[in-house]
Design a protein around this ligand. Structure first.
Ligand code: B12
Ligand code: SF4
Length: 315
């Protein structure tokens, strides 16, 4: 029989930094998702409400599911945090988006792991592989797989590696031995809630996306309101502040994987430099990057807000 420990060893071999197993169950935290939707905190991300039934339990997507194999991949590189940058002209791009599109890179690794599992298992089994876009609450299963706890900033934090990790899963019908769930280590710390420039973390573990810079710069379609434009500042794609201030990210793991190294177009770039780039140059820089999501038009909208911010600061 294919064991959890054999799968974990293989996961590390194909390039994952962590791997754990959670039971495929309707864990109590999953119920919070509907409450969050009802509060309007998903904003325009209507795909989340459409898939709410499936997100309530992985067995809705795969009725035979017994186990959720959760993998984590460190994407942090050696560049300083945005909060450490004193240059008011700097364009901040969230570090998860600096290199190649993680959906593609991790899907390749995950499918490689799944292919190996199919070859190594004496029994046939059913499985689904997910990276970010599937109808599964990845953080809840990551917590039950022992990858890390869900912090007050809502991110999964690993005590050794920090929270700069991508999550991905293989939901399968194999009855694998599950890991111990990770336990909460945030304690009384509230640095993330205090540091969020838009007060998007309305309570510990509760994020109002409509206020979050990550949502505004990546998910929101159309123009910014004056308030949103001001909130975005010089964050031209995503935001890392609530993770940068986290004590568990004070000396985080750093990846040397070429896939996550910053592309020259964003590495230390100023708002003005990026804003002056032609559509063709921006399109070229977005190729194969997670930043394709906003397309050139969305990036231009974000850059326009950042240019205004830089002007206001200089006046
Ligand atoms: C929608 C989405 C967003 C939205 C909403 C984020 C949010 N916090 O809910 C926006 C666009 C704002 C966003 C931003 C970011 N995202 Co995002 N996002 C997602 C996505 C697709 C779904 C998350 C979701 O359903 N949110 C709704 C909430 C309610 O559900 P949840 O996050 O699963 O939270 C559960 C727990 O909080 C739980 N819960 C457990 N205990 C407790 C206790 C209390 C008291 C409470 C209140 C709740 C609670 O309840 C929820 C489940 O019911 C996931 C991928 C996935 N399929 O899961 C990636 C994902 C969460 N994002 C990710 C990343 C990297 C980011 C950014 C860092 C990107 C950036 N730098 O800009 C930021 C981080 C901002 C932040 N502080 O969360 C990673 C996070 C990895 C990690 N270490 O946790 C994920 C897992 C993608 C991936 N595969 O790696 N994201
Ligand atoms: S990503 Fe930025 S705006 Fe969003 S909750 Fe964290 S600190 Fe606030």
């Amino acid at each position: 029989m294919l064991t959890a420990s054999a799968i974990k060893n293989k996961a590390l071999e194909v390039g994952f930094d962590l791997c754990g197993v959670a039971p495929a169950a309707a864990h109590p935290e999953l119920a919070f998702f509907r409450d969050w939707l009802a509060r309007g905190y998903a904003g325009e991300m209507s795909y989340l409400a459409r898939s709410a039934d499936t997100r309530a339990d992985v067995r809705a997507a795969l009725p035979s599911a017994r186990s959720v194999i959760v993998t984590a991949t460190v994407y942090n590189t050696d560049r300083p945090y945005s909060i450490e940058c004193a240059d008011p002209d700097r364009a901040h791009v969230a570090r998860y988006a600096w290199g190649d599109d993680y959906h593609d890179v991790i899907a390749r690794r995950l499918n490689g792991l799944l292919d190996w599992m199919r070859g190594a298992s004496p029994e046939p089994f059913e499985a689904r592989a997910y990276v970010d876009t599937g109808p599964i609450q990845e953080r809840v299963y990551a917590q039950y797989a022992g990858i890390g706890w869900i912090g007050k900033n809502t991110c999964v934090i690993n005590a050794d590696l920090g929270s700069w990790i991508f999550l991905s899963e293989i939901v399968c019908s194999l009855p694998l031995d599950a890991d111990e769930a990770a336990f909460d280590r945030c304690g009384t710390c509230t640095l993330c809630l205090e540091a969020c420039p838009t007060r998007a973390l309305v309570a510990p573990g509760m994020l109002d996306s409509t206020r979050c810079i990550s949502y505004l710069t990546i998910e929101l379609k159309g123009d910014f309101s004056a308030d949103s434009a001001a909130a975005v500042g010089n964050h031209v794609y995503g935001c890392d502040i609530c993770q940068e201030v986290c004590p568990w990210n004070a000396s985080p793991a750093v990846s040397t994987d070429p896939a996550w190294q910053p592309r020259p177009a964003w590495d230390g770039a100023s708002v003005q430099t990026l804003a002056r780039r032609s559509d063709g140059e921006l399109r070229e820089a977005l190729k194969g990057s997670a930043m394709r999501r906003t397309k050139v038009a969305g990036l231009r909208r974000n850059l326009a807000a950042a240019v205004q911010t830089v002007r206001d600061v200089r006046q």
